[in-house]
Design a protein around this ligand. Structure first.
Ligand code: NAP
Length: 329
């Protein structure tokens, strides 16, 4: 048993407040692998958990953090040995199970992945669930036959944690990338990441017309809601959109026209509950030929005391790029 610090959220009369507290590893749930977490990353879902969204976290007090990377301290699983560097993303971590905003987690072995070759815990958390999701989106588009010669690819929520990695991977693969962003001051940064063109959110403002001029061969949509319905209207025949997010809303007011007149494909992307092998395949690309060196370089690192402000920025849609939580600064 050892003491450790965690950023823990308490519920009081419908208000949710987070603060750094001292806990004991004996307070952690049962599990196969005890991990000393050196780094975590910030995700929109963490902001939902910390603000009391019961669709993410039902019981408080709670330690959020859907991502964690660090060193194995104890393991009853033969797959993992003490001292090994590992990472965990998704499943129930940071939702119902104490997550990476604490310096220790204890989890089932089925959630744990050995650290990809050449990566530190910090690098793994520059990508985290957001990078994994961007990789899964690109992978789905490629499996649908997307290729650079078909036309530009749109990325919505482009300055977000998922969006920036998607822009960089697609650019590395030779796609012409149109980045949609509400942040006028991030145009240069998006171009540095590889966007050919940066457009404002007005591109996807709700329009009455059932179909619009087709512009994009494919899209990675991180925002959902009405903008996603507008993306569907602007895809070229046979085009696909990989849909992973909901920051602009959960309801997608679409007609069937994009599907039956242009044969477009709406591809759902889940990074949380998919088999570990599917996650490992994407980690292997991200630590290899899909490495996003610019995103790695631009990532911002914060300590536990900064979590409250950083998570609030996510909820306001003001966060940009990858935000890493370090427990060792
Ligand atoms: N399916 C999965 O497994 C999975 C995994 C990870 C994340 N997600 C979801 O993907 C979404 C993005 O995650 P993230 O970590 O990238 O979040 P994020 O860093 O907060 O990025 C979201 C971006 O969307 C844009 N945005 C925010 N509010 C908007 C609005 N009302 N209308 C249009 N655009 C808006 C902003 O970018 P600009 O200012 O550049 O426009 C913002 O930076 C979230 O909904 C998250 O829950 C899903």
């Amino acid at each position: 048993m050892s003491n450790f610090q965690a950023w823990r959220v308490h519920e009081n009369d419908g208000q949710y407040t987070g603060a750094v507290e001292t806990l004991d590893t004996a307070d952690l749930p049962q599990g196969d692998v005890l991990i000393r977490v050196t780094h975590s990353s910030l995700n929109y879902k963490d902001a939902l958990s910390a603000s009391g969204n019961k669709g993410v976290t039902r019981h408080f007090p709670h330690t959020p953090g859907i991502d964690a990377a660090g060193e194995v301290i104890e393991s009853v699983s033969e797959q993992f040995s003490v001292g090994q560097q590992v990472l965990v993303t998704g499943y129930d971590l940071g939702m119902g199970t104490a997550g990476g905003f604490g310096e220790y987690i204890r989890v089932p072995a089925e959630w744990v992945v050995g650290m990809p070759n050449g990566w530190s815990a910090r690098t793994a958390m520059v990508y985290g669930t957001a990078g994994l999701t961007a990789g899964l989106c690109v992978s789905k588009l490629l499996r649908m036959g997307a290729s650079p010669d078909q036309g530009p690819v749109l990325v919505t929520g482009a300055t977000g944690a998922v969006g920036t990695v998607a822009v960089e991977i697609l650019s590395t693969l030779g796609f012409e990338v149109t980045a949609m962003s509400g942040k006028a001051d991030m145009v240069d940064q998006l171009k540095t990441l590889g966007a050919t063109e940066v457009v404002g959110r007005d591109l996807l403002e709700s329009q009455k017309k059932p179909m619009l001029k087709p512009k994009f061969a494919a899209a990675v949509d991180t925002v959902g809601g009405e903008p996603l319905a507008e993306v569907l209207k602007q895809l070229l025949p046979g085009g696909s959109v990989a849909c992973c997010g909901l920051v602009a809303g959960m309801d997608v007011p679409t007609s069937v026209f994009p599907f039956i007149l242009r044969g477009v494909n709406l591809l759902g992307v889940d990074s949380v509950e998919i088999p570990l092998a599917d996650k490992e395949a994407i980690w292997s690309r991200l630590s290899g030929d899909w490495a996003c060196r610019k995103t790695e370089k631009n990532a911002c690192e914060i300590g536990k005391e900064d979590l409250g402000d950083a998570l609030a920025a996510f909820l306001r849609g003001e966060s940009s790029g990858s935000v890493v939580l370090s427990h060792v600064i």
